[in-house]
Structure formats: structure tokens, C-alpha cells
Design a binder for this molecule. Structure first.
Ligand code: BTN
Length: 232
């Protein structure tokens, strides 16, 4: 099982930790920043947090060829969910494809980027932001560990759990692929049973299948969605 976190790059500020992992980085390279000036979210969005309040981390992984690297965002989301659950003692869910939900609010997100066989897995966890410090457009739907538990949390502890759980889930994925993560994914599935709309396709979410796709019941027929923007 690979050990993640070495080499360790820690900067006070950068544009995005995704850019601190070089294309020839060894597996396990980790980049951490106290502040990102141009943090990236999924679908071209930005990801922002005031200095020193959140976790912004990127990890370089080199999965064997022939394995779908996009599955690793689910491994990252499971690891982030575990870290939030350990810190808060509250049940945490994963909203397909990669949002981490606590009390129906998004508290963490995962971004996977691929560069020449290197997967750069970026994880952002809203730890100690106050409600006013959460992005305005997402305030209704976003939360931080602090806004939900009412107390501040130790970012180093959350990061340590995140890394050990990522090692765990990545190890399982290396051995048995998404099948090995399937029980954890099913247990944390936020969308199952909810009426959702994915890029205009409306239905009831049945679950996440063994290839990481969202299965929808659309008027009694099954439809599989590879990726997209969810509304529920
Ligand atoms: C999302 O939910 O849209 C994904 C958010 C991912 C944010 C993290 S923070 C660390 C890493 N660096 C970035 O610029 N983005 C990811």
C-alpha cells in the first residue's frame, strides 16, 4: 500500500495547490496551502476560503495503466467523508459525483485532474469558516464543520485523518477497483431515493453503479449518467 504525504510541499499562499504538483512528481506527493488565490472547483468553478480557515490539499497518484482514473475522485470523496465524520461525530454522505455532505450542506469537494498518467486529486474541506465567510452564491447550500458543530476544529487533525483514509481507500481501489469501495459508496450515497435532475434529465436516483455512474429511474426505465450537474 503506498504511503501518501511525501514529498510534502507546504506554502502559505499559491494560486491553486493543483499547480504545485509537477508532472513528474512521485506518487504520494502532497501540496498544502493556507490560502489559494485561484482555487479551482469542478466544472470550471472557483473554490475560495479565507486564509487559514480551510484545508486545501492536492495529492499526486500514479495508478496503473488501464484503470479508470476518474474513479479516484470517489475514493477521495470517501476519504474526506471519513475525515469529516471522525472530526464531527456526525453521519456524513457523498453526493455523486464528489461532494461531501453534512446536514444536507456541502462541506467538502474533490477535483481530479489528469496529467500524463499522473492523477492530481485536490480536496477542499470547509473547516473553520463562519457562515459569513462561505462563498455568497453557495451559502445556502454550503457549510463548514464550524457552522454545523458550532465549534472550531483542528485542521491538522482533519488532514491527518484524510490522508490515512485516502491511503486506505486507494489501497482497496488498487487491489479490487471500484468494486472494493462499493459498500462504502452505497452506505454514504446522498442522492439515493431523491428526485434529481442531471443536465435536464429528471428521475429518481437509484444509486451509484459499480462503474461509478449514477443510475436513474426515469419513468420506470433505467438510465446511467456518466457525469453532470445535479439539481435535487
Ligand atoms: C468541487 O467541489 O468543485 C471541487 C473543489 C476542489 C477544491 C480543492 S482545494 C485543493 C485543490 N486545489 C484547487 O484549486 N482545488 C482543489
Amino acid at each position: 500500500m503506498p504511503s501518501l504525504g511525501e514529498p510534502f510541499i507546504h506554502v502559505e499562499e499559491c494560486e491553486s495547490t493543483q499547480l504545485l504538483i509537477a508532472a513528474d512528481a512521485t506518487e504520494g506527493t502532497l501540496a498544502l496551502a493556507d490560502f489559494q488565490s485561484a482555487g479551482r472547483g469542478r466544472l470550471g468553478r472557483t473554490w475560495e476560503a479565507p486564509r487559514g480557515t480551510a484545508i486545501h490539499v492536492s495529492i499526486g497518484l500514479r495508478p496503473p495503466g488501464g484503470r479508470p482514473p476518474q474513479e479516484l475522485t470517489l475514493a477521495g470523496a470517501l476519504a474526506a467523508a471519513d475525515a469529516v465524520e471522525v472530526a464531527t461525530d456526525l453521519f456524513v454522505q457523498v453526493k455523486w459525483p464528489n461532494d461531501v455532505m453534512l446536514n444536507r450542506r456541502k462541506v467538502a469537494g474533490v477535483l481530479g485532474e489528469l496529467r500524463d498518467g499522473l492523477v492530481i486529486l485536490g480536496v477542499g474541506i470547509n473547516v473553520n469558516q463562519t457562515r459569513e465567510q462561505l462563498p455568497t452564491d453557495a451559502r445556502r447550500l454550503a457549510g463548514s464543520l464550524r457552522t454545523i458543530t458550532g465549534r472550531e476544529h483542528d485542521r491538522d487533525e482533519v488532514l491527518a485523518t484524510l490522508l490515512s483514509r485516502l491511503e486506505h481507500h486507494y489501497g482497496i481501489w488498487l487491489e479490487s477497483g471500484l468494486d472494493g469501495l462499493y459498500p462504502d459508496i452505497g452506505a454514504r450515497d446522498f442522492l439515493r431515493g431523491r428526485r434529481v435532475s442531471v443536465d435536464g434529465l429528471e428521475g429518481i436516483a437509484v444509486g451509484i453503479d459499480r462503474r461509478g455512474r449514477l443510475e436513474l429511474d426515469v419513468d420506470g426505465g433505467r438510465r446511467l449518467v456518466e457525469s453532470g450537474e445535479i439539481a435535487y
